[in-house]
Design a protein around this ligand. Structure first.
Ligand code: MN
Length: 250
C-alpha cells in the first residue's frame, strides 16, 4: 500500500513525524508537506507563485519533500509529480488542535483530505484535541488501526474521513463514535492592541461554542473523550433547499 502523508503544520512539525513513522508499518510512506506552517489556509492553492520542492532530512535521514505551497498543493503535486505511482491513500496530520464543526471549512489539514477525494483517492484527516504538550502517539495508533482496517478490505472505499482524537492517555479514551459535524457559530473574539508606532492591530482569537452541543456530533463526542470519525465530502449543495428553489422564476 502506498500512502501519501501531508499536513498543514509544516514538514518539521512533530505530528507529521509521529504519523509517518507509525504508518510505515502499513505501507510505503511518501511525505509531501508545506515547508512552513500553513494552518487555516483552507483549500487554497498556489497559482501566482512557483511551487518549489526541497528534500528534507529529519533525525539524520531522508524524511520527505517540503513544498512552498499549501496542503492542497502538496496533495496535487505529490500525486501527479512526486510519487512514481498515485497513492492508495492520503493521510493528513496529525494536526495540533482539533478540526471539528465549522472549523473544517478553514482547516488546511482537512482540505488536504478533501483534495485527495477530488482526485479520486481515499483519505483520512487526523487532528489531536490540544495545543499544549501534545502526545501524538495515541492518535498515530488510531491512524495505524484505521489504515490497517482499510487495507484489509477488498477495495478501499472512496471516502474521506475526518478523525479527531482527544488529548488523553490511550487507556482513558472512551471509544470511537461515528458522528456528523456539530455546526455551531463560533464565539468571535478579537484582541485589539497598539504597536510601538501607535498603529492598531488585532489578534483573531475566537473559540468554538461548546455550550449545549449535542453529544452525537464531532464537537460533543470529542469533548466527552471519544475518538470521532466523520465521513466528509466536497459537495456544498444544500439538497433540500435545491428542491425548494427549483420553482423560482425571476
Ligand atoms: Mn494546523
Amino acid at each position: 500500500m502506498r500512502i501519501l502523508v501531508t499536513n498543514d503544520d509544516g514538514i518539521f512539525a512533530k505530528g507529521i513525524e509521529v504519523l509517518a513513522d507509525a504508518l510505515r508499518e502499513a505501507g510505503e510512506v511518501v511525505v509531501v508537506a508545506p515547508e512552513v506552517e500553513r494552518s487555516a489556509v483552507g483549500h487554497a492553492i498556489t497559482l501566482s507563485d512557483p511551487l518549489k520542492v526541497k528534500e528534507v532530512d529529519r533525525n539524520g535521514r531522508f524524511f520527505g519533500y517540503a513544498l512552498s505551497g499549501t496542503p492542497a498543493d502538496c496533495v496535487k503535486l505529490g500525486v501527479f509529480e512526486i510519487m512514481a505511482e498515485p497513492p492508495d491513500l492520503v493521510v493528513s496530520g496529525i494536526n495540533l488542535g482539533s478540526n471539528t464543526g465549522v472549523n473544517l471549512i478553514y482547516s488546511g489539514t482537512v482540505s488536504a483530505a478533501t483534495e485527495a477525494l477530488i482526485l479520486g483517492i481515499p483519505s483520512i484527516a487526523l487532528s489531536l484535541d490540544t495545543f499544549r504538550d501534545p502526545d501524538f502517539v495515541p492518535a498515530a495508533r488510531v491512524a495505524l488501526r484505521l489504515v490497517k482496517r482499510l487495507k484489509e478490505m477488498d477495495e478501499i472505499p472512496l471516502l474521506s474521513l475526518n478523525v479527531n482524537v482527544p488529548a488523553l492517555p490511550e487507556e482513558e479514551i472512551k471509544g470511537m463514535r461515528v458522528v456528523p459535524q456539530g455546526v455551531l457559530r463560533q464565539i468571535e473574539n478579537f484582541e485589539r492592541r497598539v504597536d510601538p508606532r501607535g498603529r492598531v492591530y488585532y489578534w483573531q482569537c475566537g473559540a468554538q461554542n461548546h455550550k449545549d452541543i449535542p453529544e452525537d456530533t464531532d464537537v460533543g463526542a470529542l469533548m466527552r473523550g471519544y475518538v470521532t470519525i466523520t465521513p466528509i465530502r466536497c459537495d456544498l449543495t444544500h439538497r433540500s433547499a435545491l428542491k425548494r428553489l427549483k420553482d423560482w422564476n425571476l
